[in-house]
Ligand binder design. Structure first.
Ligand code: C2E
Ligand code: CA
Ligand code: CA
Ligand code: CA
Length: 279
């Protein structure tokens, strides 16, 4: 038992060293990633459930590392948040997403919404509202086309500050949506307080929709509440035709997920916007 204990300890300490090392490497190379042009945005369609039309896209960042290959955001966004690198990275995402949206519009493609994720730290950085205004001004994208996706983690702290920032963005015409809806603690209070236009039902409630009656109850409650409050409700992570059918029955208005498309490159998204294959 003693030996096992020692082995276990060694195992964990080696794991930890690997994790620490990876983190250190990531921290230093994150700094170079921006200047080295290693970030790329992929886009996933936001589909109108009724018509099948792609009415918007969500921008999702990828890090194409020279040695490590493609690193997904779940792995490096937390590190970027802790080190403050999320601010310049987030600024880049916002400008690039607005630029691409306007390029699609200039090319004659119809695109109502470019949705961009905003990290809590980024939302709270000084001058965030001005930075958003700058991205819109520089790229020429109409504010109404930009939708910022905020999680409850973002709006949770300091309600006064949050309300002030959201109101300023809302006055500019920027749309706001609550991401991963239903996973936080005080969802309902936020809906009343903040000028939000869309709810994105978290994928965890959609995943087992076919088999789990509780998930169906939760999803349909969010859909009904959303429509009572005149909010658009979008279901995330739709992977099957059965899930889609259930969401249609519930009266959900928008969907997003692998059933339609995985996040794709801008070039592929251009084709999807032109061909509208889900209509
Ligand atoms: P999210 O905002 O909830 O984005 C949706 C995630 O679910 C994406 O993962 C997307 O690829 C994935 N997804 C979409 N449909 C399906 C489906 O049908 N099945 C499954 N299994 N997954 C699906 P991704 O791109 O790896 O992003 C993960 C998270 O990283 C995002 O979650 C978001 O929180 C964060 N993130 C991504 N890009 C950015 C960014 O530019 N800025 C910030 N601050 N966060 C970002
Ligand atoms: Ca999102
Ligand atoms: Ca989400
Ligand atoms: Ca999520």
């Amino acid at each position: 038992a003693k030996e096992l204990g020692r082995n276990t300890f060694q195992f964990y300490s080696r794991e930890m060293n690997t994790a620490t090392l990876e983190r250190l490497m990531m921290e230093s190379s994150l700094r170079h990633a921006l200047t080295g042009d290693e970030f790329e945005l992929h886009y996933q369609p936001l589909v109108c459930l009724r018509s099948g039309e792609i009415v918007g896209v969500e921008a999702l960042i990828r890090w194409c590392h020279r040695d490590l290959g493609v690193i997904m955001p779940d792995r490096f966004i937390p590190v970027a948040e802790e080190t403050g690198m999320i601010n310049p990275i987030g600024d880049w995402v916002l400008f690039e997403a607005c630029r691409q949206a306007q390029a699609w519009i200039d090319a004659g493609l119809s695109l109502r919404t470019m949705a961009v994720n905003v990290a809590p730290v980024q939302f709270r950085q000084a001058g965030f509202v001005e930075m958003v205004a700058g991205a819109l001004g520089t790229t020429g994208l109409a504010a109404e086309r930009l939708e910022l996706e905020l999680t409850e983690r973002t709006v949770m702290h300091d309600a006064e500050f949050t309300l002030g920032t959201l109101s300023a963005l809302n006055r500019m015409g920027v749309c706001l949506s609550l991401d991963d809806f239903g996973t936080g603690y005080s969802s309902l209070a936020y809906l009343k307080r903040f000028p939000v236009g869309k709810l994105k039902i978290d994928r965890s409630f959609i995943m087992d929709l076919e088999t789990d009656a509780d998930d169906r109850a939760i999803a349909s409650t969010i859909v009904n509440m959303g429509s009572s409050l005149r909010l658009t409700v979008l279901a995330e992570g739709v992977e099957t035709a059965e899930q889609l059918a259930l969401l249609r029955q519930m009266g959900c208005s928008m969907v997003q997920g692998y059933h339609f498309s995985r996040p794709v490159t801008a070039a592929r998204m251009t084709e999807l916007l032109r061909d509208q294959p889900f209509r």
